[in-house]
Structure formats: structure tokens, C-alpha cells
Design a protein around this ligand. Structure first.
Ligand SMILES: [Zn+2]
Length: 409
């Protein structure tokens, strides 16, 4: 139970000796937690005349909001897009393993699949709170099948679809049910996409533009219809051209409705995006940058042949390709590696790198009141990091859920 007398009696935890990320700055302050949420210590002191019941020394670490991965296809041998009998335990395994990488919540992502796979899998991936069992599930990210044939990347051609006469009904028939879905990637150049974008947005689902040959004008129209995200910027879209910058042009467009922020996913695994391109995107529109792993089942498995949806992929060191081709098909770099790569590639501040993996994805999903920040009242989901941003410990609702075996010097 939250609130009332029970809440007041619940123990207060105080995390000391840390630099915590708040309002875009690393501050030498303590973090106070009660019942899984961040407390205002002044209010506690003046209103309740209370002090902490327990103190935890953070050893001088950086204390940042837990990372949120809005695009992850699987990992550790689990493929969310494989309609196995036991989808739920696959999601649970990944949820547990990504704690070591500082991820406290995520959006399991399904690549283009036949309708029967969606019908079978989607009901088994409900929104779920995180805890010692694993990172929380914020909702599913559906990537495809309503995408461009030319820019399908690793998505199987046979299962691609367009919007038919009864567009939204067709969407519902394809997926079965959208109750557990929070992001949907589509190509806005498909006929009737605007109708679909408006319907999805009205349901609170974030529409993302990707795997698309849309020009800038089409992309702007999609944003005006409600799209708020770009799926893995630069990858699987038209390259930037100065007379038609395509979807990439949304980063500096003057046609985005006032007060709206277009977010964009970036795979900062050191393979998918050249560091100079990362810098261009970041400098053009730093507030919209969302780090995603786009991790595939081979994450954490090493070299060899693995699966992604209906395809076979080949992993060689840091790269993953559709077997027998040179088509990249997602990454095998975990989130903490992406944060460090991003920091190094862009030369941005530590604060910016951390916010790109926490605050921005939370804002994209409209969850910034409770996730992605260490503001008073937010969920106490956070990660302890050393100065080189190696994860030392991960907490969900103020509870330790993962800890490095040997503290780094
Ligand atoms: Zn993709």
C-alpha cells in the first residue's frame, strides 16, 4: 500500500556519498527513498520530523536514473519474435540479464512477423513492474510489418504489409490486440498511414517513423498527424540529402508543431552509426536523442549463427548480419556499452549521455513523472556508475537488484 499512515511508518533509506543526476546536473546530494519512491528530505524533516532509518554509502559513485531501452529484440538466446510456447519466461530471462547493464525498464521489440505470431506472442508480454526478478516491461515496441520494402533491412519480405482500405481494422487484425503495445514503427509513405497514425496516437501508442523511404514532407505530415519518434536514425531510411534531407530532416524541421519534441533512436554500438553522424544528430537536436540497443538474441552469446524473427543471423565480434549477406540486423552491444560509446563519440557531457538513456526515453513514453529522473516523487529506479560509466549496482524501487562482484578501482 502507498500513502496514509502505513506510508509514513515505512522505513526511509538514505543513499549517501554519491553524485546524483538531477535537472541535467550531477549534484553532491543524497538520495532519499521510501516505499520505492524518491523523497524530498526537507519535507520529511519539517513535516514529519523524520530522519533516515538506514543509510547506504555509494562509495563516491555517480547515481543516475535507471536506463530505459525502447528497442530490444531479445538477447541471451531469447528472441521475442519467436512464437515459442514460453514467451513469458524468455522475456523474464532478458529482463533479469539486462539489470547488469543498468537497464531498469524496457520495451520488448517484435520485428516483422506473420499475424499468427503477433496473436500468439503479444498477450504474453504484459506491462509489468520491475524488481529483483528483472527490469520492468513498459510495453511492446512493434517494428513492422507496415514498413517499406526497399528499406526493410533484416525484416522478412514475405511478411511485409500495406494498409488496406479499412486501414486501422487491418492493423488490429494483423496484431490481434494492441493492449500491451506502447510504440509502433511504420513507414509514413504507405497509403492511409495518416489515418492509422491518428488512431494509434489516440490510443496513447507512440508512433515511430522508420524502415522508410519517406521524404521530409511526408515525415513532417506524419509528425503533424501525431508521430513522435524516429526508429534508429540514419539506418533503414533515405540518406541525408541537402535538397531533401528525408526523415533525418525532422531533427531541424520548422514544421514540427509548437511545444512538441520529435525523439529519435540511435544505436551507438560503434557499428551502426559513424561517430561523426552521431555528433551531427546530437548537435542538431540533443533533447530528442534516445539511446537504444536494438539488441538481438545473440546479445551476450558471442560469435556464431543465431536467429532473429524468421531469419538466421551471423555474429562476428561486434557486428551482426543476415547470414550470407552484408545487411546489418541489430546490435549486440548492451545499453551501458552504448552509453559509453556515445559519450566517447560525441564528447558530450556525462549528464547528456546519461539522460539520453533515461530521461529522453521516459519523455518519449510520457513517463517522465515516474521514470527517467531522480526528481521527488519518481520511482527509485537507479544505477550506480563509476566515473567511466561502468555499472556498479542497479536498483529498482529502491531495492538492490544487481551488483558488480568486484568493485572497480
Ligand atoms: Zn529496424
Amino acid at each position: 500500500m502507498r500513502g496514509g499512515q502505513d506510508s509514513v511508518r515505512a522505513p526511509v533509506l538514505r543513499f549517501t556519498n554519491c553524485r546524483l543526476l538531477r535537472a541535467g546536473k550531477l549534484l553532491r546530494e543524497d538520495l532519499w527513498v521510501r516505499e520505492g519512491r524518491i523523497l524530498d528530505p526537507e519535507k520529511l524533516f519539517f513535516d514529519e520530523q523524520r530522519l533516515a532509518d538506514q543509510q547506504r554509502d555509494c562509495g563516491g559513485c555517480i547515481l543516475a536514473p535507471g536506463f530505459i531501452d525502447v528497442q530490444i529484440n531479445g538477447g541471451f538466446g531469447v528472441d521475442f519474435s519467436q512464437a515459442t510456447e514460453d514467451v513469458g519466461s524468455g522475456v523474464a530471462l532478458v529482463a533479469q540479464k539486462i539489470l547488469a547493464h543498468g537497464v531498469t525498464s524496457f520495451c520488448p521489440t517484435l520485428v516483422t512477423s506473420p499475424p499468427e505470431v503477433y496473436h500468439k506472442v503479444l498477450p504474453h508480454i504484459p506491462v509489468k513492474r520491475g524488481g529483483p526478478h528483472g527490469a520492468g516491461v513498459l510495453g511492446v515496441h512493434l517494428e513492422g510489418p507496415f514498413i517499406s520494402q526497399q528499406k526493410r533491412g533484416a525484416h522478412p519480405e514475405a511478411h511485409l504489409r500495406s494498409f488496406e482500405a479499412n486501414a486501422f481494422k487491418d492493423v488490429l487484425a494483423t496484431y490481434g490486440c494492441l493492449d500491451n503495445v506502447c510504440i509502433l514503427t511504420l513507414a509514413p509513405e504507405l497509403d492511409r498511414s495518416h489515418e492509422v497514425i491518428r488512431e494509434l496516437t489516440a490510443l496513447g501508442i507512440r508512433v515511430s517513423l522508420g524502415h522508410s523511404v519517406a521524404d521530409l514532407q511526408m515525415a513532417e505530415k506524419a509528425v503533424q498527424s501525431g508521430a513522435t519518434f524516429i526508429t534508429h536514425l540514419f539506418n533503414a531510411m533515405l540518406p541525408f540529402h541537402h535538397r531533401d534531407p528525408g526523415i533525418v530532416g525532422l531533427l531541424t524541421s520548422d514544421q514540427v508543431p509548437a511545444g512538441r519534441c520529435v525523439f529519435y533512436g540511435m544505436i551507438a554500438d560503434g557499428i551502426h552509426t559513424n561517430p561523426a553522424a552521431l555528433r551531427i544528430a546530437h548537435r542538431a537536436h540533443p533533447q530528442g536523442l534516445v539511446l537504444v540497443t536494438d539488441a538481438i538474441p545473440a546479445l551476450g552469446l558471442g560469435n556464431g549463427r543465431h536467429t532473429l524473427g524468421q531469419q538466421v543471423v551471423e555474429v562476428d565480434e561486434l557486428s551482426a548480419y543476415v547470414a550470407g549477406t552484408t545487411t546489418l540486423c541489430g546490435s549486440i552491444a548492451p545499453m551501458d556499452v552504448c552509453v559509453r560509446n556515445f559519450l566517447e563519440a560525441t564528447g558530450c557531457s556525462l549528464e547528456s549521455a546519461l539522460e539520453a538513456a533515461s530521461l529522453h526515453p521516459a519523455q518519449l513514453l510520457g513517463l517522465e513523472e515516474c521514470k527517467g529522473t531522480l526528481d521527488f516523487g519518481a520511482d527509485a529506479d537507479f544505477v550506480l556508475l563509476d566515473d567511466a560509466l561502468h555499472v556498479q549496482a542497479t536498483y529498482i524501487s529502491g531495492e538492490l537488484v544487481w551488483q558488480a562482484e568486484v568493485a572497480r578501482p
